[in-house]
Design a binder for this molecule. Structure first.
Ligand code: ZN
Ligand code: ZN
Length: 132
């Protein structure tokens, strides 16, 4: 994109504009007319592909930039912070990876998980088990 991208960002919209000159950048030998025709021929697919990729990029960026704010999860028993996968975290205070209780399906931290029967059970379900 040869146009200055600054001009195409305002508070609530991001614009991306591809022009025939971008085609010419990739095919320096082509005439303007050839480039314009080529751009027209690929326009629909370029648009669809860009939108599709765009969604993925947005999702990844949101994940990356807001992982500490928007997507916090807590152990459903002791309320300690937990996460789905440690490797998703880049910060220093990495939370526990949560387990899923095999009985009540609550997300629970390692401290609240009992592996006695090889399947993770939360403290509550473990106690229920014992009483019966
Ligand atoms: Zn816990
Ligand atoms: Zn449980």
């Amino acid at each position: 994109m040869s146009l200055s991208t600054d001009k195409y960002i305002d508070n609530d919209k991001v614009y991306i504009v591809w022009g025939w000159d971008d085609i010419q950048h990739l095919r320096p030998g082509w005439s303007i007319k050839q480039c314009q025709e080529a751009l027209n021929n690929i326009a629909k697919q370029l648009q669809n592909g860009s939108i599709q990729e765009g969604w993925e990029i947005i999702e990844n960026l949101l994940d990356y930039k807001y992982q500490d704010d928007g997507k916090k999860e807590y152990c459903e028993i002791c309320k300690a912070e937990v996460c789905f996968e440690k490797s998703n975290y880049k910060g220093e205070n990495t939370p526990f990876e949560y387990n899923v209780c095999n009985n009540c399906e609550r997300h629970i931290c390692p401290n609240c998980t009992d592996f006695r029967n090889e399947t993770p059970l939360c403290r509550n379900c473990m106690e229920d088990d014992g009483e019966e």
